[in-house]
Design a protein around this ligand. Sequence first.
Ligand SMILES: [Zn+2]
Ligand SMILES: [Zn+2]
Length: 158
Amino acid sequence: MEGGCTCGQLRYRLTGAPLIVHACHCHWCQRETGTAHALNALYEADRVVHTAGEPEIIDTPSASGRDQKIARCPTCKVAVWSNYPQAGAAVRFVRVGTLDEPDRCPPDIHIFTSSKLRWVTLPPDARSVPQFYDLNAVWSPESLERRRLMRERAQKRT
Ligand SMILES: [Zn+2]
Ligand SMILES: [Zn+2]
């Protein structure tokens, strides 16, 4: 899958399937996207390859009190992915709307639905949680294995 910013200077390619796709209805995501919820496909950093241009990384306040790092096109400033402090630099939250075919990454789970806008109606079979969730209970076995490998690599580096 490929995607990029609006002006075309920044392009990226994703390797394989996402670890999971979050629709986040928290107020912070609503404000940052200017709409009802964010849609983020989570990938290991090395599976998000920049094929044209390099993003600028903007420190942005987040709910945790520690900065979220948002990767934006240096020219049109569209955000293509971000790092959240909880997951660190190892995981990139790719903004699904910047994919050439965003329909290929439907949400696996809706999170922070306690602040979901009233007029947003989820499909009856949609998985949703009022806030966050236990990764071990929700992620696929394949994704949990990828997470284990990611942690192993991170430990080797330190
Ligand atoms: Zn651009
Ligand atoms: Zn959010």
